[in-house]
Design a protein around this ligand. Structure first.
Ligand code: ARG
Length: 281
């Protein structure tokens, strides 16, 4: 089950990442079509899609990956770094509450520790392990707390390139032992950690990373990305995945693509390979 939010009020109204320029507006009609294109492809796989009502004045609310981190029926709701997105927090909170999720709060920031956390944008399960990006948008102190709150192993990885400011812009788990990634977005330590933990890695080249190749939605063996990721698609086909491209360039203008426009509601940990074991969690 996925959460999406129609782009009725989507636009480039501020600049909080290097992709955004208020001088390069999004084409509203095209954004609507592109969003619908992704929605239709995902719906055709049979996945259930819930919709969040769009809110005027919150142009980035479409990026539901940043709502929070869902784990079973628990959710850690995001606390955005930039004031421009903080207005989304009560909207997401209210929606999770109305759907019966148990909202789990972080402890207030300790001295010197930040308390920002941008949800599934920065926290992705590969198998049982939560990979957690920090520095640009989320603080490592939050990731430590997640480990103890959820009782899962967390591997914090530092993001070093401002263009890949969320983990889901440079890393995408495909299966418990397999992921797509863009190594230059990480420091040496992060690269070593990922290589040590995940035996099968598909490396994306710079041109395709810039097309948000890593920002893919994975539904079973189906992988959905923006256009312009043909090398990745070849590699996926060679590993018996079924890649599909759909134009999402209007959202790239905001620094987002396919994965950012979705949130897994059956728990980010319950990727396809575990669905059947996960029903009662
Ligand atoms: N404009 C949004 C921001 O900078 C884009 C968020 C993309 N979301 C993601 N999960 N990568 O916050």
């Amino acid at each position: 089950m996925l959460l999406m939010c129609p782009p009725d009020y989507f636009g480039i109204e501020y600049e909080i990442n290097p992709w955004m320029s208020v001088a390069v507006a999004a084409d509203h009609a095209l954004a609507q079509d592109q969003w619908r294109g992704l929605y239709d492809l995902l719906a055709a796989t049979g996945v259930d899609i819930q919709l969040l009502s769009p809110t005027e004045g919150l142009p980035d609310l479409v990026f539901t990956a940043n709502a929070g981190l869902v784990f079973g029926r628990k959710v850690l709701v995001s606390r955005f770094r930039h004031p421009q997105r903080q207005g989304e927090e009560p909207v997401f909170r209210e929606w999770f509450t109305s759907q019966g999720f148990e909202i789990v709060d972080f402890a207030p920031a300790s001295v010197g520790g930040g308390s920002d956390f941008e949800g599934a944008g920065d926290a992705l399960f590969c198998g049982d392990t939560l990979f957690a990006g920090y520095r640009m948008r989320s603080d490592a102190t939050c990731h430590q707390q997640i480990g103890s709150i959820l009782g899962v192993r967390v591997i914090p990885v530092e993001l070093v390139d401002p263009r890949y400011y969320h983990l889901d812009t440079c890393f995408c788990p495909l299966a418990e032992d397999e992921a797509i990634w863009y190594p230059p977005a990480f420091d040496d330590y992060g690269r070593r950690a990922i290589r040590a933990m995940i035996p099968k890695l598909i490396e994306v080249e710079r041109k395709e990373a810039e097309q948000f190749a890593c920002n893919a939605v994975v539904v079973g063996r189906n992988v959905f990305t923006n256009v312009g990721c043909s090398q990745l698609h070849d590699q996926l086909r060679a590993r018996s995945y079924t890649p599909t491209e759909t134009p999402l360039n209007e959202f790239v203008k905001a620094g987002g693509s396919a994965k950012c426009l979705t949130l897994r509601l059956d728990g980010e940990e319950s990727a396809s390979w575990r669905c059947s074991h996960n029903a009662n969690r």
